[in-house]
Write a protein of this length. Structure first.
Length: 394
């Protein structure tokens, strides 16, 4: 069933789209702001480090998420962020650079709190899980094609303060949508000993989830190399200016929208394992095209791997939704995120430190993507029993 037929999901989607627009318009401009204030590339890079650091504490956030009602938690986070971003109005000189970093850290925490998974579990019947995940990814990717450009334009024309006010307004709109939603939530889980590790323990007990997580972790172990390799490939392989990266990002985003539109259907049709394998194999094909010294093939490759990402992302998200109890969604989501995002961060650092040729980087990415496709499908893995949501009984 298409999740868009669900009126509650449509409201959640609308609020998420508005807040995603404000988020990506602002936080991608924070690096530009830091660079202009200091003239330092390192100062700009620290913004993205601040965005990533809070992810190291994901298990703690997951522990909290499973012990509170998710809708009030999300509303509280949005309200807090709406106030926090307004602190950027105080930034005038490099002496206030710490405010930019503080806002970036706050964003990093907000992005790392796995509250949406639990809310979706309570909100959606099981047969809408794949469609909902695919629709969310499609809308988020569609928004992020335009929002960085619009954000940069607002920053250049009106300054970072105006961008902060707009972002605060988008949080207010998202809260408004949430307040109109009447959701029956599962009861928060009481505190218990060793509860923080329950997400890892449950993940390990479900073989399909383990396979999907191992595959994505293997994939993430090399995909971070792309952050460094892409600029070398543009300069040395294509003999084009670095500004071509903007074109590439837009094309990739368009591919992700297309992939999101079909991901839900493919995952429901093929199942989470085979759907995931298809996504990784397609990503390998797209990355392989980057080895050719042709701008046309480069852009075709970007469309292909952009379309591939939603497929394996929806497969893993759908499996988590279907096979994890409502009050373990936070901790299991945090465990998966810590393994996959942590590995990606290491690969980004490795790409910057090793400075290997872009051909080797892309070759490793191709091998790892194909390895992920094999890892998730090798041998027979039983499909777990679906754990119903509250919405299934309504």
């Amino acid at each position: 069933m298409n999740a868009l037929r669900n009126p509650l999901f449509r409201r959640l989607l609308a609020g998420d789209a508005v807040s995603s627009f404000g988020d990506s318009a602002l936080y991608l401009s924070l690096g530009i702001w830091a660079k202009e204030l200091t003239g330092s590339d390192s100062a700009a890079g620290l913004v993205f480090l601040c965005l990533a650091l809070p992810g190291l504490f994901s298990p703690l956030y997951g522990h909290v998420v499973d012990r509170v009602r998710r809708k009030p938690l999300i509303i509280a986070m949005y309200a807090l962020m709406g106030v926090t971003v307004l602190a950027l109005l105080l930034v005038r000189t490099a002496d206030q650079l710490w405010i930019i970093y503080a806002v970036a850290l706050a964003y990093g925490v907000t992005f790392s709190v796995p509250a949406y998974g639990g809310l979706l579990k309570d909100l959606l019947p099981s047969d809408e899980a794949a469609s909902a995940r695919a629709t969310l990814i499609t809308v988020r990717q569609g928004v992020r094609i335009a929002s960085p450009v619009i954000g940069a334009g607002i920053y250049a024309g009106l300054g970072g303060g105006a961008l902060a006010v707009i972002d605060a307004a988008t949080f207010a709109v998202a809260i408004g949508f949430l307040l109109t939603m009447k959701i029956t939530e599962s009861a928060p889980e009481p505190a218990e000993r060793n509860a923080m590790t329950a997400g890892f323990r449950y993940l390990w007990s479900v073989r399909l989830l383990v396979r999907l997580t191992i595959a994505e972790t293997l994939f993430m172990a090399t995909v971070g190399l792309m952050d460094t390799a892409v600029f070398a490939a543009i300069e040395h392989g294509l003999s084009l200016p670095a500004s071509f990266f903007g074109v590439l990002t837009t094309v990739q985003g368009a591919g992700s929208v297309v992939g999101g539109l079909v991901a839900g259907y493919l995952v429901k049709r093929l199942g989470e394992a085979r759907g995931s394998a298809l996504g990784y194999a397609a990503f390998a094909l797209g990355a392989f095209a980057f080895l050719a010294p042709s701008a046309v093939l480069f852009l075709i490759g970007a469309v292909i791997y952009g379309a591939a990402i939603p497929i394996f992302s929806v497969a893993l998200g759908t499996a988590q939704h279907l096979y994890v109890p409502a009050r373990l969604q936070g901790r299991v989501g945090a465990a998966i995120g810590m393994l996959t995002n942590g590995t990606q961060s290491l690969s980004i650092a490795a790409g910057a430190a090793l400075a290997m040729s872009y051909q080797i980087s892309y070759a490793l990415i191709v091998v790892a993507s194909l390895g992920a496709a094999v890892a998730v499908t090798a041998g027979r893995v039983p499909v777990p029993k679906i754990i119903p949501s509250i919405a299934d009984a309504q």
